[in-house]
Design a protein around this ligand. Structure first.
Ligand SMILES: COc1cccc(Cn2ccc3ccc(-c4cc(N)[nH]n4)cc32)c1
Length: 225
């Protein structure tokens, strides 16, 4: 997979050079390109924003730099993802679906967002997804893009050392994950559930499944609709 990111804060993504995704990049599993939107401006002040038509508070990102930036990286197979508070919810299912794509482009807006014509025009040349990370407002798309890149990247075969762990985590089967414990067996008067020490793998699996269902019912009943 190749991932390209367009942003006015390219340094924000330098952290992708370390940790899990850094190794995935070294091994060639993920190609990464980070593009400074201001490199696609032509005025002395490298202007990327202007006042909104129709009035209103804040500034809107100009379409021209975005058009040139996306022209330089877009191919027909690309999926262009614009983080947005007005987007469709990004879920584990979305991450799974996008992890099989050959090329993702993340268009990270700032200010009050990007001129809508950028989304409309780009949709004539590639698939476009406007994605929300949740019902709260961030200052821009970078944090959302970082979260999506991590959620997607870890699902790419070979990125995670033990793919079995992907099958057992929250949301992988539509339920919250069961509680986990490790040594010592007793800590500050709190003991590990005895079934986990029994060696009875059938009973352990049944207990874990029940824990998933109980937790999901209690914490996220919406997942059971
Ligand atoms: C567009 O409408 C907006 C209204 C008020 C503020 C902002 C700030 N902003 C700019 C670009 C941008 C991209 C994503 C997000 C975002 C995503 C989620 N889940 N929350 N917030 C927020 C963004 C935008």
């Amino acid at each position: 997979m190749r991932i390209d990111i367009v942003t006015i804060f390219p340094e924000f993504f330098s952290v992708l050079d370390v940790s899990l995704l850094g190794k995935a990049r070294e091994s060639g599993l993920i190609g990464l390109g980070i593009h400074d939107l201001r490199d696609f401006t032509h005025d002395r002040h490298r202007t990327v924003d202007d006042t909104p038509y129709g009035g209103g508070a804040g500034m809107v990102m100009k379409p021209e730099p975005w058009g040139e930036a996306l022209d330089s990286i877009l191919v027909p197979e690309s999926v262009v993802i614009f983080p947005s508070p007005a987007g469709e919810p990004f879920t584990q299912a979305t991450a799974q679906e996008l992890s099989t794509e050959p090329h993702l482009i993340f268009g990270c807006g700032r200010y009050e967002g990007i001129d809508e014509r950028v989304v409309d025009y780009t949709a004539t040349r590639a698939r476009v997804r406007c994605m929300s990370m949740g019902d709260y407002v961030l200052n821009g798309g970078e944090v959302a893009a970082m979260a999506m890149i991590e959620a997607i990247g870890r699902l790419i075969p070979g990125v995670i050392g033990n793919p079995q762990s992907l099958l057992e985590e929250s949301h992988s089967d539509g339920l919250l994950e069961y509680p986990s414990y490790t040594k010592p067996a007793e800590w500050r008067g709190l003991e590990v559930p005895p079934v986990l020490l029994s060696g009875n793998h059938g009973a352990i699996a049944a207990w874990r499944r029940e824990q998933q269902l109980e937790r999901t019912r209690r914490i996220r009943p919406d997942l059971l609709d």
